[in-house]
Structures are given as C-alpha cells and as structure tokens.
Design a protein around this ligand. Structure first.
Ligand SMILES: [Zn+2]
Length: 328
C-alpha cells in the first residue's frame, strides 16, 4: 500500500458517502415517506440535480464531492462507510436501515483519491466483526464509524470487549453518533446517550461523540452536558462539531469555544446535511457580514469551515483530528 501522509491543512472528519449502486459500488438507498423530499433537498443543496437519486448517483455524488474538496481550504475529508442494522445476535435486520455504504467502497475510493481518508463501519455483533475489522485495518482504515441509535449497537455490551480492545491496540478511533437523529430511522433512542460509549472508552479506544451529543429536534433529550462532564473523566473522549450549522445543534457554540472543552473538539460538517448560517447569525455567534459572505459560497464544505472560523474556532480545531486518526 502507498504511504499516505495526513496533511496539516484543515480536515473535515465527518463526510457521508451516499450511493444507489448505479456504479456497481454495492451502495443502496431506501428513502420513503417524508424522507424523500428531504433527501432531494439535501442533494440540491450540495449542487446535485434533485432527481440524482434515480440516476447515476454513485458517480455524480463522488464527482461533486471531489470538486468541492478540491476548491475548498480543506486538505482532506474523512469519508464514512455505513453498515447495515443488525439485531443483538448480529443478524441483518432487513428493511430497517435507509442506506448502506460498503467498507470496500470507501477503502477503494481512498486508494484512488488522496483527498479521501477512509472510515469503515462494522456492527460489533456481526459474527465476522473481528475478521472484518482486521481486513479493514489491512486495507488502510483510519477510523470506525457507527450510529448506536440507528444501527442498534449497544456499545456497553460486554461481548464487544474484544472488539473494542482490538480497535484500541490498532489505534483505530471510533466515531459514534450521539444525540437525537432525524434524517435516519432511529431504532434505539436510548442509545443516543453518550454514556453508551463507556465500554469502548474503558477499553482505551479514542472515541469521538459525533455532534457532541447535541439535540437536533426540539423534543430530543439534551445530552450535551453529559458529554461535557464525561470529557473530564475520560481523556480519550472527544466530540465533533458536525451539523453545528443546522438549527438547534449549534446551540452550545459558546460553551464549545471555552476550555477545557475546546481542545477536545474536532471539525466535521456532516456533509451532505445542509449548512446554513441563519441560526449562528440569529444567535449572535457570527456577524451579519460574515453570515452574508458565507451564505454566498455554494461550496457547503467551505461554508461550514468559514462559518466556524467566524464563530471563533481556532486553527487547531480544524487539524486536531490528524493526531487522532490511525496512521497508515
Ligand atoms: Zn453524520
């Protein structure tokens, strides 16, 4: 494998890959009900045709993403695979998840494009979880992504101890969704609680709580303070600022800009989730001038980066992840 040095330019560590399998990638997408207009809106927001879902989405999505990375201030983005929903015995729950992105697809994309760093996704209850982990490590995985509340992963299940220990040995960090979720179907709302990450943390896994456990819906429980308190107890716990430019999630920006929390946060956008500065401007986190300047930029990876700079996030916020990703 070619040696890949992680550049010290800003890195966006939370970028989703989406596909419909049109390019033989193995991806699938199952969007129903009110999620359909939402998905079309997201695609239009990133600059894709609204009917891209029924066209060659695999190719269109990657071409547009590459174009945006290359014309941004970013040096690289971490692209995320998405495993299927499994039950506690590790059997695939058909018809439950809404999209799937195979590990081999993100691993191959990263081999092809130096701008992409691959994060794989493995449900630890899978009978082949450890073999799949070793296989992905051999192919250059830099992170592991999961959504406990959407994929039905009880991270504190003692049966997963060996899996977390293997990740810790390999210095492979875990990015786990925390807080509410409204773009994907949720199967276990209680797993949105960052306390669900206790076992991997105790096993020594560098763990990043996606969205820093902020709530996304008005009626979601608030876990941000639980997350902030846990960073005091676990030196290996971090949070990301992904989707902070959707309303609600960005509510805690002022606390995030203060130490000791500030040095525990890493930059991510949650692409292709929409990025808009209205909430940040309305809350007084960015000026009218900065808001207008950022909104004029149609590259939403760059818009998210510029909005966070305008909020006051320092340069280290955007490069800290390079010290946490597994070196390949
Ligand atoms: Zn995400």
């Amino acid at each position: 494998m070619k040696e890949k040095s992680v550049p010290l330019k800003p890195i966006d560590m939370h970028v989703h890959i989406v596909g419909n399998g049109s390019g033989g990638t193995g991806c699938w997408l199952r969007v129903t009900g009110w999620h359909r207009p939402l998905a079309a809106l997201m695609l239009r927001h990133v600059g894709l045709p609204a009917d891209a879902m029924s066209r060659d989405l695999d190719q269109l999505f990657i071409a547009r993403l590459l174009e945006q990375v290359r014309s941004s201030s970013l040096g690289a983005v971490v692209i995320l695979a998405q495993d299927e929903v499994h039950d506690d015995q590790g059997r695939v729950l058909k018809d439950v998840g809404s999209f799937y992105v195979p590990n081999d697809y993100v691993l191959s994309l990263a081999q092809k494009y130096p701008e992409f760093l691959p994060a794989v996704s493995i449900h630890p209850a899978r009978p082949d979880a450890l073999e799949e982990l070793d296989r992905c490590l051999a192919r250059g995985a830099v992170m592991m992504k999961c959504l406990p509340n959407c994929q039905n992963i009880n991270c504190n299940d003692r049966r997963f101890t060996r899996f977390w220990e293997r990740m810790a040995e390999a210095s492979l960090p875990l990015l786990a969704h925390t807080g509410g979720e409204h773009t994907l179907p949720v199967v276990r709302p209680d797993y949105a609680d960052p306390r669900t990450l206790t076992l991997p943390l105790e096993c020594g896994v560098t763990t990043i709580a996606a969205h820093s456990a902020t709530k996304s819906g008005l009626f979601d429980p608030e876990y941000f303070n639980v997350f902030a308190e846990m960073t005091q107890r676990f030196p290996n716990l971090y949070g990301d600022t992904s989707a902070f430019n959707v309303p609600m999630r960005g509510r805690h920006v002022l606390e995030c800009l203060c130490e000791p929390l500030l040095s525990r946060l890493v930059h991510g956008s949650d692409y292709p989730v929409p990025v808009n500065g209205h909430f940040a401007w309305g809350s007084g986190f960015v000026s009218w001038r900065d808001f207008r300047r950022c909104q004029r930029n149609n590259n939403i990876l760059e818009r998210d980066y510029q909005l966070k700079l305008a909020m006051g996030f320092p340069p280290e916020h955007f490069t800290r992840i390079s010290g946490l990703l597994r070196r390949v």
